[in-house]
Design a protein around this ligand. Structure first.
Ligand SMILES: [Zn+2]
Length: 342
């Protein structure tokens, strides 16, 4: 089955600054890679719609919406030390959110099992009342709200494999069990959240799962976390839909990150997610682009994920985690065994 790709040229018109790593060329590089012969038959392009104000307010304050809206038509507004806008950033951000809704509608209508939203700006750092870390509105959190409110799903798994912890997404569902947020991320690192002890509150306790990792981890370690922690928890949770905050900054060549993943490593993680989706969610997966700042590494990794999810490639990752990483995994499993049988 083909993969749906939601894309629009509006995403190139968000320009946070001349030397900003989160630049339009990221999407151009991905698009050029996907146009090559080996991938062109595996994907179909879809157009996003524009999210409405009342939809953005599912996850953000009116003050935040108005602040972002007020940047429209202005050459440059600094919203946070890392986050700036250009004339069309507000439009791009509304379409990045609308891309999620379009993708989910397509999955709901069974036109696609897997849709990948190739969007900018990214979303997972955006808080209820604050733009942050290159993010204006929280795309993946709004996708989850849409799936709960409009499509009436009742259990949604968010897997966040971006290098950074998705603070905004975690906070959006911290007290709810309808959304299980799973993140593995470099730690200690920006944004500073994502300790293992952050497990959710009230009825959401145990439905936030953070696996903080020291810098230097590669394919074998990420895959071990996916197989030995994510997979058993997800199969107990039994999500009806899986959302992926697909950041490619854990790639070994990424200028912002200290991880060592190869393109194949991302494919291997996608494969585990697809197995889980196949067992509990009728294969339904919506991925959305977050970070990833090395253009070649980003484009190759997206291509690999698409090859795997469209069934055109199986990945083989060889090797075993070190003894010290095995010990870390054992301790992590023990920690989460309070909430899940591991
Ligand atoms: Zn990131």
């Amino acid at each position: 089955m083909k993969i749906g790709l939601v894309y629009d040229p509006i995403f190139l018109r968000h320009v946070p600054g001349a030397f900003h790593p989160e630049r339009p060329e990221r999407l151009t590089a991905i698009r050029e890679r996907l146009e090559r012969e080996d991938l062109s038959g595996l994907v179909e392009y879809l157009s996003p719609r524009r999210a409405r104000r009342e939809e953005i307010l599912w996850n953000h304050s009116e003050a935040h919406y108005e602040r972002v809206a007020s940047t429209a038509g202005k050459a440059s507004v600094q919203l946070d030390p890392d986050t700036a806008t250009s004339e069309d950033s507000f439009e791009a951000a509304l379409h990045a959110v609308g891309a999620q809704f379009e993708g989910l509608d397509e999955i709901f209508r069974e036109n696609y099992r897997v849709v990948f939203c190739l969007v900018r700006p990214p979303g997972h750092h955006a808080e209820y009342d604050q733009a942050m870390g290159f993010c204006l509105f929280n795309n993946v959190a709004l996708a989850a709200h849409y799936a709960l409110r409009v499509l009436k799903f009742s259990r949604i798994l968010i897997v966040d494999w971006d290098l950074h912890h998705g603070n905004g997404t975690q906070h959006a569902f911290y007290r709810r069990r309808e959304v299980l947020y799973f993140s593995l991320h470099q730690f200690p690192y920006y944004p500073g959240t994502g300790r293992m002890e952050e497990v959710g509150r009230e009825e959401g306790t145990g439905f936030t799962v953070n696996v903080p990792l020291p810098a230097g981890q590669g394919d074998v370690e990420y895959l071990a976390v996916f197989r030995e922690i994510l997979r058993p928890i997800a199969l107990q949770y039994r999500p009806e839909l899986i959302l992926v905050s697909a950041g490619f900054d854990p790639h070994r060549n990424d200028p912002l990150g200290g991880m060592r993943l190869s393109a194949e490593g991302f494919g291997a993680m996608a494969e585990v997610i697809q197995e889980i989706a196949g067992e509990t969610a009728e294969g339904r997966i919506l991925l959305t682009l977050e970070g990833g700042y090395d253009l070649t590494g980003l484009a190759e990794s997206v291509a690999e994920v698409i090859k795997v999810l469209s069934g055109h490639k199986r990945v083989e990752i060889r090797g075993e985690p070190s003894a010290s990483f095995r010990e870390y995994l054992r301790e992590t499993r023990q920690f989460f065994s309070r909430y899940w049988s591991l």
